[in-house]
Write a new protein. Structure first.
Ligand code: FAD
Length: 309
């Protein structure tokens, strides 16, 4: 892992920086590149605009590691409101939740009961996605996911290609016919749990992706989605589905709002499934700094905003 990435990931956990960052206009201007606004209505307006380009939206309310059951219940109620807002418009928009926002640190039972309320309110034809957080949460997150998908078959889980364990996790989930969003992984992890070298993460991603697409074709998986902006990897996945005679819409690429916009539109126009994760809310600091860590060149973008007045 590069020094800059490592420093930025450490900074993403720093409370002192988090409390100060929002005061600076140039930081807020930089954040605006990755989120349309802090309010749910900003996110919904962005999702509506994307639907016009055949790109579906996935909304996520920023926040993690809430402090008590009351806060978890507020987040749950917030998502229930979001689902009520989405439904009448007939939008394709789905939601993606972090289990630590729904009470996972407090108790798995509390978390499951909050998640269940969201699943009960979601349209049965849609997926509620569960984000994957740091590696210490993987067991607990998968345990909640297994319970959820048994009752709500369209529930989706995020898996991270940088973890050595992910191949075994994926294989063990096939019995449940899961929906999986594969990502590389955004947290600071030790070399005994995650591949330290980017080229190994990329190879792991492709190999897991290959397995997911074949499982989807063979009916062992409900939905295979790929959360990545890596155009070279996307091309390899496109070649794979062409070689193995799968339909273009078997490949779903999900990206983050504001990143690789041209590629998002190109994929949609060519008949692949294209989705964009739209984050909103005022707890954006750790999320934003993880975006900087993914591409330290984004720091220059922030510096330019510093001098933009
Ligand atoms: C829809 C979605 C959901 C996600 N959910 C999770 C999750 O639940 N848990 C988790 O750990 N991680 C999640 N992530 C983050 C993910 O793990 C990676 O950190 C992130 O996607 C960067 O990796 P990459 O696959 O784009 O490849 P990289 O190799 O990092 O990037 C490939 C290229 O994409 C572009 N790019 C990538 N990131 C940025 C950026 N921030 N700014 C500008 N350009 C960029 C650059 O051109 C870069 O060269 C999610 C990502 C997406 C897209």
């Amino acid at each position: 892992m590069s020094m800059t990435r490592s420093l930025l990931l450490a900074a993403s956990q720093n409370v002192w920086l988090r409390e100060r960052a929002a005061r600076y206009k140039f930081v807020r201007r930089s954040v605006a590149r990755f989120m349309p606004g802090e309010e749910i209505d900003d996110a919904l307006a962005a999702a509506k605009a994307l639907e016009g380009k055949k790109i579906s939206g996935v909304l996520t309310h920023l926040g993690e590691n809430i402090r008590d059951a009351r806060e978890a219940s507020e987040v749950t109620n917030h998502y229930l409101d979001v689902l009520r807002k989405i439904r009448p418009g007939g939008m394709q928009t789905e939601v993606s939740v972090k289990l630590t926002q729904l009470g996972l640190d407090q108790s798995a039972e509390l978390c499951f009961s909050n998640l269940k309320q969201i699943l009960e309110h979601e349209d049965a034809a849609k997926t509620v996605w569960i984000d994957m957080e740091a590696s210490s949460y993987v067991d607990a997150t998968l345990a909640v996911y297994r319970r959820a998908v048994e009752r709500f078959p369209r529930t989706g889980i995020c898996l991270q290609a940088y973890l050595y364990r992910t191949k075994d996790d994926l294989d063990s989930l096939f019995a449940l016919k899961p929906s999986v969003r594969l990502v590389k992984g955004a947290y600071k992890e030790a070399a005994d749990v995650a591949y330290p070298a980017k080229k190994d993460v990329d190879e792991s991603y492709f190999s897991l992706g290959q397995e997911m697409l074949r499982a989807q074709r063979d009916g062992r998986m409900l939905r295979a989605a790929f959360g990545t902006h890596d155009v070279a990897l996307i091309r390899r996945l496109q070649d794979l589905i062409a070689e193995e005679d799968m339909a273009k819409n078997a490949l779903e690429i999900q990206m983050l709002y504001g990143i690789q916009r041209v590629e998002q539109e190109r994929l949609a126009a060519e008949g692949y499934r294209s989705a964009v994760l739209i984050a909103y809310g005022n707890y954006w600091y750790p999320w934003f700094v993880r975006r900087l860590a993914e591409r330290p060149a984004n720091l220059w973008f922030m510096v330019r905003n510093l001098f933009a007045g």
